[in-house]
Write a protein that binds this ligand. Structure first.
Ligand code: ADP
Ligand code: MG
Length: 458
């Protein structure tokens, strides 16, 4: 049995007991580099994968070796020199790359019709049913429910503001999803304010303003996320002013979110600020302990997994300012639990979440994100930045952009500038692609979780 056959035999055994996502994440580009009298050297793509494999899979690998090559007692690792061995067909990454380039819409709205087929951009998971209500968000929630019952009437526009990761986008989609459920032909359009800006600029550039107006001014509900990013963009503000007026005059609902109050958004026209305040302005604060617990319990029940109460309490106690992080911590523990095939103890949970919790104020930078992503995919930061469209760089680059946006809240132009002076639209498309794919592909979500792990642990 040569090295390659031996490794295939080991992988064959591991593959059975691991989820496909884990298997592909950890064993892609691995191989046996050398076999000695009583040891083997396994080649792995990065120190991160070396740590992980030795910690999680070493015992399993030794077990398999015991039956095939009982003389092997020791496993050593070598980082980054072996030839990539394609271990599985249709590996996760290939699949992800393929779907990244597919242009088909990824979200499916309930009951798509030809009429709303061009607006397939709501996340079907962001509905009222999955939204936990607490003191911190009850006003925004009540206003959203009211709007969903009577769109275009009392609270128009609805302006929801609050810090990142507190459920603004979720609520806004929930209203849109509800309208589609009630009226399957309704035209609900969700865009970030940057997408609006970009569409507008393109429309001017290609002399297709008519199309632009037709798209934005004929919807039944317009959802504009993170409106603060139209600060300083005069032309866009002017256009949005007219879009806003026309929709509102026609009794069509507008919902906006921002990270602050209308009057605190800098460099924005006064007439817009006053319009933003016309309907209802509702804030979302950080959730209190009970609500955090309820959110976690809901997520656990929804996933149909079991995790001990004391661990759930532990997460709720220690992660307080951001619901996305709360979910992230839970998911991270569930991944570990799944790998271990047994319930985690509180002590293990504490260790796993250790740095996430002790560094309550997480600090990261564009550069650190780039480094973590590059290391995870075994490429260099330079590969991420340089002008190459090779698919092994495109996906990590888009993920890096996505993480930068989510973790730092950086603007698209800032991210674009960091990544080799790329246009902000390129960044926006990349972020959107990853966002949509993560809804569909659990494995991608897991990859991103692991990258975050890496980001905050080192
Ligand atoms: P924001 O737009 O304010 O940055 P999001 O709407 O993207 O925040 O929410 C971040 C994550 O937290 C999402 O996965 C969302 O589903 C979840 N989330 C936020 N608030 C709640 C809630 N009250 N109940 C359940 N999940 C929530
Ligand atoms: Mg949001």
């Amino acid at each position: 049995m040569n090295n390659q056959q031996l490794w295939q035999a080991i992988l064959g055994n591991l593959e059975v007991s691991l989820s496909k996502a884990n298997f592909n994440t950890w064993f892609k580009n691995t191989g046996i580099v050398e076999k000695g009298p009583d040891f083997i050297i396994i080649g792995v793509p990065s120190t991160f994968s070396k740590d992980w494999i030795s910690r999680k899979y070493q015992t399993d690998i030794l077990k398999v070796l015991k039956s095939i090559s009982p003389e092997i007692r020791e496993i050593k690792y070598q980082v980054g020199t072996q030839k990539p061995v394609p271990v599985v067909k249709n590996s996760i990454s290939q699949a992800t790359v393929q779907s990244l380039s597919a242009s088909a819409p990824v979200y499916n709205n309930p009951a798509p019709t030809t009429q709303n087929a061009s607006f397939p951009n709501l996340n079907p998971k962001y509905v009222f049913d999955t939204f936990v209500i607490g003191k911190h968000n009850e006003l925004a929630h009540a206003a959203s429910v009211a709007v969903s019952k009577n769109p275009g009437s009392q609270y128009n526009p609805l302006f929801i503001y609050g810090d990142v990761g507190l459920g603004k986008t979720h609520l806004m989609h929930a209203v849109g999803n509800k309208l589609l459920q009630d009226r399957s032909g309704a035209k609900v359009l969700y865009v970030t304010s940057e997408k609006f800006t970009n569409d507008y600029i393109q429309a001017i550039g290609s002399k297709r303003m008519d199309e632009f107006k037709k798209l934005y001014r004929t919807v039944d509900m317009l959802l504009i996320d993170d409106i603060q990013f139209i600060a300083g963009k005069e032309g866009t503000q002017e256009e949005f002013f007219h879009t806003f007026n026309e929709l509102r005059d026609k009794g069509k609902q507008i919902i906006m979110t921002a990270d602050r109050l209308p009057k605190d958004i800098p460099a924005i026209e006064h007439r817009l600020i006053s319009r933003f305040e016309w309907g209802m302005v509702a804030d979302i604060q950080a959730p209190d302990f009970e609500t955090r617990l309820a959110i976690l319990q809901t997520k656990v029940a929804k996933k149909g997994v079991s995790i001990s109460d004391e661990i759930v309490y532990f997460i709720a106690e220690n992660i307080s300012s951001n619901i996305r992080e709360l979910e992230g911590a839970l998911n991270r523990l569930l991944v570990y639990q799944q790998m271990e095939h047994k319930s985690l103890t509180l002590d293990q949970a504490r260790k796993i979440l250790g740095t996430m919790i002790t560094q309550k104020k997480k600090v990261t930078t564009l550069k650190k994100i780039a480094m973590s992503v590059a290391e995870f995919y075994n490429i260099t930061v330079e590969d991420l930045i340089k002008q190459s469209r090779r698919k092994e760089y495109v996906k990590p680059r888009q993920i890096a952009m996505y993480v930068s946006r989510k973790e730092l809240g950086s603007s698209f132009p800032t991210i674009g500038e960091f990544y080799g002076g790329r246009d902000h639209t390129t960044v926006m498309h990349g972020v959107e692609k990853i966002e949509k794919l993560m809804v569909q592909t659990d494995s991608l979500k897991q990859e991103v979780d692991l990258i975050l792990d890496k980001l905050y642990i080192t």
